[in-house]
Design a protein around this ligand. Structure first.
Ligand SMILES: Cc1ncc(COP(=O)(O)O)c(C=O)c1O
Length: 398
């Protein structure tokens, strides 16, 4: 069977190999005194709160399960608009909100709507691997620009200016970022957007972790800057609904009919049950629960990050959001008999799994610049598990 070059361009998701190894080991050691601790998983360990679960059951029970409008249920678009007003003080009209099957579908729709074959999109290195694959599925290519601690692992306007070429169509960045949990400085984002606009390009900001922001200096939506910015968002992270496959994007008015046409044809609509359920996310009781969980995520970060630094797994920029720590393992690699070099974090992740039964994600998927030195820990796990992980690492690295 012959497969398309488009499909073959999509690189394997190496993270899954580590995850598979972790799961196999977890089965083996489940009943020992050292079961596997999963710090490799990029999703909340919480599930949807009670009101959301009840709303989903009601939708199923009452047969409210037909297709919806491709742009999403009107009351849900209104509720999301209300959330921008109450949480961020920003007026985002419901007519510009498109409800999608997760941020993933939103990214796919945005790329298909905007990218011509051969176009190039600038992204920071490291960044969320699927983002460059959404671009390549639309026959464009991602140009990864090495972004270090000084730039909070984000793009700078100077880099965007310097790397803009004939084929460049725009920028795509996630803020807060996966894998670093660091956000772009709002002033720098404004500068980047000015450069992009001056070139007639597009700025796409993946704000899927924005709800999980712990620092007011960074916790504002890019939509406050300009109606031309495309913002991607989701019910997966702050709202703890990964498997419900529901997200949204905010697009400029002119883009709505284009995205609607694509969404009608490619998806028909996002899950109707999930849309009805998500309406309950905005009830005061649910928001109070999400805020309690956000505080819990922050408490985990506040505990775990200093511990990593103390153990020599240095995290040069304190994450201001999400639930990730992007740690440099190169100084500690020898403690696990891992050699420095191109496979360092890959071997380190495997050694950590074998020797301490801790699953973490090596940098490989997230780019090429400095990823051999970095490993991503997810703090989307209980405080007790994080404490146990620290105790185990202390024995190995201390
Ligand atoms: C930065 C980023 N964007 C998008 C996604 C996709 O999320 P969703 O579950 O909404 O499709 C993820 C998932 O981990 C992510 O980390």
């Amino acid at each position: 069977m012959q497969f398309s070059t488009r499909a073959q361009r999509i690189e394997p998701f190496y993270v899954m190999e580590v995850a598979k190894a972790a799961q196999a080991l977890a089965r083996e050691v489940a009943h020992t005194d050292q079961p596997v601790i999963f710090l490799n998983i990029g999703e909340p360990d919480f599930t949807a709160p009670a009101l959301v679960q009840e709303a989903a059951a009601r939708a199923i029970g009452s047969g409210a399960t037909q297709y919806t409008n491709a742009l999403g249920l009107e009351p849900l678009r209104e509720a999301i608009s209300g959330w921008y007003a109450s949480r961020f003080g920003v007026d985002v009209p419901a007519r510009r909100i498109v409800v999608t099957a997760g941020a993933s579908a939103a990214l796919q729709l945005a790329c298909l709507a905007l990218i011509e074959a051969g176009d190039e999109i600038l992204m920071p290195d490291p960044s969320y691997p699927c983002n460059r694959h959404f671009v390549s599925a639309a026959e464009g290519s991602a140009k990864l620009i090495p972004s270090g601690a000084a730039e909070r692992f984000q793009l700078s306007a100077a880099q965007v200016q310097a790397h803009w070429g004939d084929k460049t169509r725009g920028v795509l960045l996630a803020s807060p970022s996966n894998p670093t949990g660091t956000s772009i400085d709002p002033t720098e984002l404004r500068r980047i957007h000015e450069v992009v606009k001056s070139k007639g390009g597009i700025t796409i900001v993946d704000e899927i972790y924005l709800g999980l922001s712990y620092d007011d200096a960074f916790g504002q939506t890019a939509l406050a800057m300009d109606d031309d910015i495309i913002s991607i968002n989701s019910f997966s992270k702050y709202f703890n609904m990964t498997g419900w496959r529901l997200g949204w994007m905010v697009v400029p008015d002119a883009m709505v009919p284009v995205v609607e046409r694509l969404a009608q044809n490619l998806f028909i609509c996002a899950s109707t049950i999930s849309q009805h359920a998500a309406l309950a996310c905005f009830a005061p009781e649910s928001i109070a629960e999400f805020e309690r969980r956000r505080a819990e995520f922050k408490a985990r970060r506040d505990y775990f990050l200093p511990q990593l630094n103390r153990l020599g797994l240095s995290v040069p920029v304190m994450p201001d959001g999400a639930f990730y720590a992007w740690a440099d393992c190169s100084q500690m690699a020898h403690k696990l008999c891992v050699a420095p070099g191109a496979n360092c974090s890959w071997d380190f992740a495997h050694a950590l799994l074998q020797q301490a039964h801790i699953a973490a994600t090596p940098g490989r998927d997230f780019g090429t610049a400095d990823t051999a030195r970095h490993i991503r820990f997810s703090t989307a796990n209980s405080m007790a598990q994080l404490q146990e992980a620290v105790a185990r690492m202390e024995r190995l690295l201390g």
